[in-house]
Design a protein around this ligand. Structure first.
Ligand code: KG4
Ligand code: ZN
Length: 341
């Protein structure tokens, strides 16, 4: 089956064509970050309007890149939630309309299921079951993935998401928005021994996270030491987030008895995180680690096309209602039968 995937849950317009036999055939992501940068965060109305402007030309280009027309598409998949309601509606309306026009089924996909299963776009995907750490701008969750469609959240953040903490701390350091990647770059030249930030919640039992205290710790350090210390602060902050995430993952792996860990979402692109996880979990504990390719860590249409394709193949499809879900717990997802294709 060959499907078109559409992602518009936030400030990226992602389009892809995925074939269940041949894999990913073409994809493209347009990021609106420049539009939102001057406001220091995503402005929902501007996001919706820009999706309207970009979505059809992008679909046209991706079809061209795959040397295809709408007649070659056998299903349309779009992100149905969670996310910004206006932005989600653009992808849903365009996806449903194209499905109607082309006479093919459509399916609304859970954005986080897309992130979780993004490593399946790779040549060496994980086997089930596995533990997943989902670390993005809006989420920090440890999820027990028994098999496709069966997700149990066993750890969650009590306040800021990891990416949100990166972005807020980056802002303190004058790095603009979204500053996660820029903070990581600055941290490369920082001295890891100068400041010691706390590792929140690691001395308590359980798998939950809390990152808002780290941002406050960074604020006090910035005020006390000033711009000359920014690289060292970035390094201390990143070390604290990464080590905290690693400790909770190690605990989650112990509790579930699983030997495989998937790290998905934008913060999974962080190279210091990848290195620390490799050393602590793979080298020391023989855990198999799976990261999506860098381009599929952040929001993209390929992960939506992949998940939607599996669900369409399992016999699911939309009814005539067009609905989106700005809030939608992943634990509510189910699927009856599926053989990953
Ligand atoms: O998954 P994603 O693209 O969007 C959401 O669904 O939220 O994740 C975006 C988040 C942002 O907070 C961004 O700053 C962070 O991922 N991020 C990073 C890095 N690259 C992106 N954080 C730390 N290090 C990075 N290299
Ligand atoms: Zn995302």
């Amino acid at each position: 089956m060959r499907v078109l995937g559409i992602e518009t849950s936030c400030d990226e317009t992602g389009i892809a064509i995925y074939d269940s036999r041949k894999g990913l055939l073409a994809h493209s992501v347009y990021s609106q970050t420049e539009i939102h940068a001057e406001f220091g965060g995503v402005v929902p109305e501007l996001a919706s309007r820009d999706h309207v402007r970009k979505i059809l030309p992008l679909i046209h280009n991706v079809l061209n890149d795959a040397s295809m027309t709408g007649r070659d598409i056998e299903g349309v998949c779009y992100t149905k939630g969670p996310g910004l309601v206006g932005a989600l509606l653009i992808g849903a309306m365009v996806g449903r309309s194209l499905g109607f026009a082309w006479g093919v089924p459509t399916i609304g996909v859970h954005h986080l299921e897309g992130h979780l299963l993004a490593p399946f776009l790779d040549e060496n995907p994980p086997q089930f079951p596995f533990l997943a750490l989902l670390v993005s701008g809006g989420h920090t969750e440890l999820i027990k993935v028994e098999r496709f469609g069966h997700y149990q959240i066993i750890g969650d953040t009590l306040d800021d998401a990891a990416g949100e903490a990166f972005d807020k701390t980056a802002k303190l350091l004058g790095l603009g928005y979204p500053g996660g990647a820029a903070l990581a770059k600055l941290a490369e030249s920082g001295d890891s021994s100068r400041f010691q930030f706390p590792r929140p919640m690691v001395d308590r039992p359980g798998l939950d996270f809390s990152f808002s205290g780290l941002k406050t710790f960074a604020l006090h350090t910035v005020k006390k030491y000033g711009p000359q210390a920014y690289a060292d602060i970035a390094r201390a902050f990143q070390d604290a987030v990464v080590e905290t995430l690693m400790i909770k993952c190690r605990r989650g792996l112990q509790e579930t008895g699983y030997q495989r860990l998937v790290v998905a979402g934008g913060v999974g692109a962080n190279l210091a995180l990848r290195k620390t996880f490799h050393e602590a979990l793979t080298l020391k504990q023989n855990i198999s680690l799976y990261f999506p390719a860098q381009q599929f860590c952040t929001d993209n249409g390929a992960m939506i096309a992949f998940v939607g394709c599996q669900r369409l193949l399992s016999g699911e499809k939309d009814d005539l209602n067009v609905k989106v879900y700005p809030r939608w717990p992943i634990s509510e997802l189910k699927i009856n039968r599926v053989n990953l294709a």
